[in-house]
Design a protein around this ligand. Structure first.
Ligand code: HGY
Ligand code: MN
Ligand code: MN
Length: 406
């Protein structure tokens, strides 16, 4: 069997192959949203690469891709990540885990290794929630962490429902939802992922094993005012929700600053109807809030709501806070993490503030994660990066972990 070079043009060859797919010329970086042309192209690339390794690819009821090495079966060791991105995202968040998984399997194959358990490389759908608003939608549906009716009703910015988009992608919307047969097959899921903060820079290490994920969720703050004419309405006659929303955004920051280790972000605003000469009638501000425990996160959100109400008082506008998704704190299985770290020569254990499919699935099946150093410490941005040598260290670590459990 010929051994394919791991690197091409200074990065993992798989990342090089997909480097032109989903480039966002307007925002910079990549916009690869579920079931858009770019994401379909990435799926095709994955199928071709997996098939080239002799893996059998299937799409599950929820749009996740599974590439099986040998016959699918119970107690499988599964590795992989996601291929979709945030708007204007980096090249590594998601694809690094998929490419590394394929490379680790290829390396095992070239040494003639014969796994004692079924093995699959997985690509989870809509991990970022960039199109339908709920992160890790593929793994949430698979594990029943979101009910199928709620998922079917989600809509994208053009009003296309998740059910209709799933149907256009060839899925049966009636069959979305918890998939006990597929869940029963997963004996262990190991997700490799680029690190999204400065943890591995500070530890001066190329890889780590994950210890925990902050509790987090998404809320929509709707500020309602009075739509009106920008020229005909005096400054003191207005009920302008944009001005009120601006004050509410400052309240979000204040609430997070006054909670230990909390993070709260308004990364998306929608002004309705949105015209330069129109005083808006409403504003939606999406809030991503995270903290160390479920209770602290709930308390943070309650504080945000109180402060936002106070911030808009007297503006003539009203504020409603609507929960769109929730992920409780994840503490990865300590013994498993310690064992995997030991297999890799006692690499550090590292907590993260970023959500992952491995976190969602940790409530249903044994899961673990490997992080690869990001020398910029920046993610969800085109500046996200991983040195080729660290990517190779990641593949080597993943290969070693697969060997140790297969
Ligand atoms: O938003 C997150 O934490 C993740 O990167 N999907
Ligand atoms: Mn991400
Ligand atoms: Mn990710």
């Amino acid at each position: 069997m010929s051994v394919r070079p791991l690197l091409a043009h200074g990065r993992l060859a798989g990342l090089d192959e997909i480097a032109t797919i989903g480039v966002d010329a307007t925002r910079g970086g990549y916009s690869r949203h579920v079931w858009t042309p770019a994401e379909f192209e990435l799926r095709e690339w994955f199928v071709a690469r997996a098939t080239g390794l002799g893996l059998d690819v299937e799409t599950d009821r929820n749009g996740n891709l599974w590439a099986w090495w040998g016959a699918p079966g119970q107690d499988a060791v599964v590795t992989g990540s996601h291929l979709d991105s945030v708007p204007g995202g980096g090249a590594y968040d998601g694809p690094l885990g998929v490419v590394s998984a394929l490379d680790a399997v290829a390396r095992l194959q070239t040494t003639g290794f014969r796994p004692s358990r079924p093995v699959a490389v997985v690509v989870f759908a809509e991990e970022e929630g960039s199109r339908f608003g709920v992160a890790c939608l593929g793994s949430r549906l698979l594990s029943g962490a979101i009910d199928a009716d709620s998922a079917r009703a989600l809509t994208d910015v053009d009003g296309v429902s998740f059910a209709d988009a799933a149907a256009s992608a060839g899925l049966d919307p009636a069959h979305l939802g918890r998939d006990d047969d597929m869940l029963a097959r997963i004996g262990l899921f190991i997700e490799l992922h680029v690190e999204q903060g400065r943890g591995l820079i500070d530890l001066d290490a190329p890889v780590a094993v994950a210890s925990s994920i902050l509790a987090h969720g998404r809320w929509r703050l709707r500020v309602t005012g009075q739509g009106n004419h920008a020229g005909a309405t005096g400054m003191r006659e207005r009920r302008d929700p944009v001005v009120a929303a601006a004050r509410a955004v400052l309240a979000v920051e204040e609430a997070a600053l006054s909670t230990d280790d909390a993070r709260a972000t308004v990364g998306r605003l929608r002004i309705v109807p949105g015209g330069t000469n129109v005083i808006a009638s409403a504003v939606d501000a999406w809030i991503d809030a995270r903290a160390a425990t479920d209770e602290a996160t709930r308390a943070l959100v309650a504080d945000i709501e109180t402060r936002a109400q106070r911030a808009v008082a007297g503006s003539g506008c009203s504020v409603d806070l609507i929960e769109e998704s929730w992920s409780g704190v994840v503490r990865f299985d300590r013994d498993l993490a310690a064992r995997l770290s030991g297999t890799l020569g006692d690499v550090p254990l590292l907590a993260t503030g970023a959500g992952h499919d491995a976190g969602v699935l940790s409530g249903s099946v044994p899961t673990a994660m490997v992080f690869v150093r990001n020398p910029t410490g920046v993610s969800h941005s085109p500046e996200e990066f991983a040195e080729a040598a660290d990517c190779v260290a990641g593949v080597t670590a993943l290969e070693a972990l697969l060997r140790s459990v297969l």
